[in-house]
Design a protein around this ligand. Structure first.
Ligand code: GTP
Ligand code: MG
Length: 137
């Protein structure tokens, strides 16, 4: 079982998409400050869009979640779609709801290592749900 870090970004929160997005993860994967963001996106430091990305990400509240399940990282990324919404397929969260690469609604960890770093940075508690035995053999 892997863990992945999914975050609904400020545009997703402001646009009232939180319930819709969480509902998608509930159906698919069960059991689940600027300094923070600069650390979270440290691999992108130096990119031309980095200052704008940090400003946008710090512009309002976000919703942070940890989802656990088989291939959680890849499953989460597939559900989100690609970075640029124009290349995201219909049915993906970014493909259905986002218009611009710099306003792509949700974050998803891109590897197990990133997920562990991001979850640690966020400080999310871990718990077990009673649904587990209904899902995993
Ligand atoms: P995250 O899930 O947010 O990490 O997105 P990602 O993994 O699909 O892309 P990446 O980590 O490479 O970039 C992080 C974020 O920076 C993206 O989600 C975009 O919002 C933004 N970003 C990436 N590339 C560009 C770009 O070329 N232009 C602009 N304006 N923003 C970009
Ligand atoms: Mg990324």
């Amino acid at each position: 079982n892997e863990r992945t870090y999914i975050m609904i970004k400020p545009d997703g929160v402001q646009r009232g998409l939180v319930g819709n997005i969480i509902a998608r993860f509930e159906q698919r994967l069960v059991q689940a400050t600027e300094a923070h963001l600069e650390n979270h996106y440290s691999d992108l430091k130096g990119k031309p869009f980095f200052p704008g990305l940090i400003k946008y990400m710090a512009s309002g509240p976000v919703v942070a979640m940890v989802w656990q399940g088989l291939d959680a990282v890849k499953t989460g990324r597939a559900m989100l779609g690609t970075t640029n919404p124009l290349q995201s397929p219909p049915g993906s969260i970014r493909g259905d709801f986002a218009l611009a690469v710099g306003r792509n609604i949700c974050h998803g960890s891109d590897s197990v290592e990133s997920a562990e770093k991001e979850i640690k940075l966020q400080g999310v508690v871990q718990y077990t749900t009673s649904l587990e035995t209904w899902i995993f053999e």
